[in-house]
Ligand binder design. Structure first.
Ligand code: PRP
Ligand code: URA
Length: 207
């Protein structure tokens, strides 16, 4: 199990644009798409490969093919914002969906939708959500996906709070976590500080 915080100039630059409260929904999504592509590149570095015979215009040789079905699972709603960027880099990924919303008073997550492709047992599952706050939504989503047979799961979030990272590590020590940034703490309302506010609202223009 590992927690990796990506150290990349472009991610830092783009995330700062997303954090700015004056950034429009359109620019917010544009930067999320770009960060998602960079994160997809980073987390796919060590995907298993198998050898493959290919023929170039010049000769026969041996190439590579990713040797595992990738299943991308956005946690609805805000996780949807990371799907386009990941699919650009991983066009063969299948997509599962899990809907979770956090009760704003209790901060307890509630599952309201789940649909996954078959073959989760042998797939590499990448769960995506911009925010890892208390960790409740991620922990429940991982449990729901494990209950359906998945064994190889990674969690990818844009911004994490130390509280959520710790809770997630304790609940699912087998799941690697990748973040674009580890922020300072959660405030009394369960928002990540400094964070970027409510990711779903900023992504979809709701309030
Ligand atoms: C946000 C975010 C995560 C969750 C993180 O979703 O996208 O899913 O909060 O908080 P947690 O770590 O404390 O569980 P939200 O519940 O606001 O729903 P939305 O995506 O539909 O806006
Ligand atoms: N969910 C969000 O969208 N933002 C936070 O800061 C915490 C949870």
């Amino acid at each position: 199990m590992s927690v990796k915080i990506l150290d990349h100039a472009l991610i830092k630059h783009k995330l700062s644009i997303m954090r700015d409260k004056n950034t429009s929904t359109y620019i917010f999504k544009q930067n999320l798409d770009e960060i998602a592509m960079l994160m997809a590149y980073e987390v796919s570095k060590d995907f298993p490969l198998k050898l493959k015979d290919i023929e170039t215009p010049v000769c026969k040789t041996t190439g590579y093919e990713v040797d595992k079905q990738i299943v991308l699972v956005p946690i609805l709603r805000a996780g949807i914002g990371l799907v386009d960027g990941f699919r650009t880099i991983m066009p063969n990924a299948k997509i599962g969906h899990i809907g979770m919303y956090r009760d704003e008073e209790t901060l307890i997550p509630h599952e309201y939708y789940a649909r996954f492709p078959s073959g989760l047992e042998s797939s590499k599952v990448i769960i995506v959500d911009p925010m890892l706050a208390t960790g409740g939504s991620a922990m429940d989503a991982i449990k729901a996906i494990k209950d359906r047979g998945a064994k190889d799961i990674m969690m990818v979030c844009l911004v994490g709070a130390p509280e959520g990272v710790k809770a997630l590590q304790e609940a699912h020590p087998d799941v690697d976590i990748t973040l674009a940034a580890l922020d300072h703490h959660l405030n009394e309302k369960g928002y990540i500080v400094p964070g970027l506010g409510d990711a779903g609202d900023r992504l979809f223009g709701t309030d």
